[in-house]
Write a protein that binds this ligand. Structure first.
Ligand SMILES: Cc1ncc(COP(=O)(O)O)c(C=O)c1O
Length: 418
């Protein structure tokens, strides 16, 4: 398909029937403003220069964030760190995995995840992912006997079957780390995602539900694991005494573990803490927006939006869908036409050097091909859908996507008939 042909597509007015006034694309890029309470606290910290989490004798902003986050999640312990990648790395180290330990990860995740495994001196083993973006249980089960640990990325918030995964991992005696970078607010059978495995890791990077630019946190009920993670995160000397964790768990690790210094600073914690109260609203509106667009796309012949698994209650801030019946050239033309309407679409497997396409993780060395995941990545589309969008803006997004697909596929059909 030639570019000139694509730019000739005309999008009919009738595609925008929900809100006739909505003629320009919504801004789906910007995050929400940082709450005033956070700005005031940042100002206070800047005035005093109190930026390091261990300067204050007690109750530093990072410590208070850990307290509030653990309380919100219903876990015993939380450790705030520099990023979700750092949380994943520390979780692997805190599990005491030996160098060369084999860690199962889904083949559909962000490149930082296999990187965290490599950073922890372990070996990632990629598991097939199905057309519904969730881990393929048959491949998982087949690879489990040779594994030492399991790391499940709930990629873009799509929860893999945690009942089956936990049953299989428990039976094999393997620890499970949940990469819940995109899953803050998601429930599985009423339980909070990130609290089902031995340890759960979350991200506060800007394209996540809570935005501090960068930041991460891990949660667990395991006293020994949190003690090891706290020390390795950079609680040097006796700074671990500022963590409300059983002190006996720390004492035996004094001076026995490396310090990787993955700490979070007070400014980031001050930006994050007031956003915790916003989570229920962001989850509610994000789900409303997602379901609105999903329903419109599912009604069109060119799209299929994978449904949530039974026990899953999602907290989306983006939408993923598969293209149906479009060739590679059609897919490119569709993405180009949607972009022309101001709705950027990422097709994971098509954009050059995409960090979520496993064949671009060349730092891992040669990997066996994963045909199922590859096929999914070649037709899976990703569109940002922040919770702050109005329903009219969501309709613009949905109608633009439908119009872009119709423009590409309709003209093809017309040509075939002629
Ligand atoms: C699935 C997944 N896991 C982990 C991470 C790493 O998060 P961070 O940027 O906080 O290190 C990302 C980043 O986007 C991600 O998409």
């Amino acid at each position: 398909m030639e570019r000139s042909q694509i730019s000739c597509y005309r999008i009919s007015e009738t595609h925008f029937r929900e809100d006739k006034n909505m003629t320009s694309a919504p801004n789906s890029h910007d995050a929400e403003p940082i709450p005033a309470e956070a700005r005031a606290e940042v100002e206070r910290l800047l005035a005093t220069g109190d930026l390091f989490r261990y300067t204050a004798a007690s109750d530093s902003p990072v410590t208070l964030l850990e307290r509030d986050f653990a309380q919100m999640m219903g876990t015993k312990y939380a450790l705030a760190v520099a990023s979700c990648s750092a949380a994943l790395f520390l979780s692997l180290k805190a599990l005491g995995l030996k160098p060369g330990a084999r860690v199962l990860i889904p083949a559909f995740t962000f490149a930082a995840v296999p990187s965290a495994v490599v950073h922890a001196d372990c070996v990632p083993v990629l598991v097939e992912v199905g057309a519904n973006y969730r881990i393929d249980l048959a491949d998982f089960e087949a690879k489990l006997p040779d594994a030492d640990a399991v790391l499940i990325s709930h990629m873009r918030g799509h929860t893999s079957d945690m009942d089956a995964i936990m049953a299989l991992a428990d039976a094999a005696g393997l620890p499970v780390i949940e990469d819940a970078a995109h899953s803050l607010g998601t429930l599985w059978g009423g339980r909070r995602i990130g609290t089902i495995g031995r340890v759960g890791c979350f991200s506060f990077q800007s394209y996540k539900l809570v935005n501090a630019g960068e930041g991460g946190i891990l949660v667990t009920d395991d006293a020994d694991l949190i003690a090891r993670a706290v020390i390795m995160s950079g609680a040097y000397e006796h700074n671990w005494k500022k963590h409300p964790v059983l002190h006996a768990a720390f004492a035996r690790w004094q001076n026995k573990l490396p310090l990787y210094n993955n700490r979070l600073n007070n400014l980031s914690a001050a930006i994050i803490r007031p956003q915790l109260g916003e989570i229920p609203r962001r989850v509610r509106d994000g789900r409303r927006n997602h379901d609105r667009v999903a329903a419109r796309l599912d009604a069109a012949p060119w799209f299929s939006v994978p449904a949530p698994l039974g026990p899953e209650e999602r907290a989306p801030d983006s939408i993923q869908f598969n293209l149906v019946g479009l060739t590679g050239a059609d897919t490119r033309a569709f993405a180009h036409a949607a972009a022309g309407m101001g709705v950027p679409v990422q097709v994971f497997g098509l954009s050059a050097d995409n960090a979520r396409a496993y064949w671009n993780w060349e730092f891992l060395g040669p990997q066996p091909d994963l045909p199922q995941t590859r096929a999914m990545l070649m037709r899976a589309c990703d569109v940002r859908l922040p919770a702050r969008l109005t329903l009219a803006e969501c309709d613009y997004v949905a109608e633009s996507l439908v119009a872009a697909a119709e423009a590409v596929m309709g003209s093809k059909q017309a040509k075939a008939v002629a």
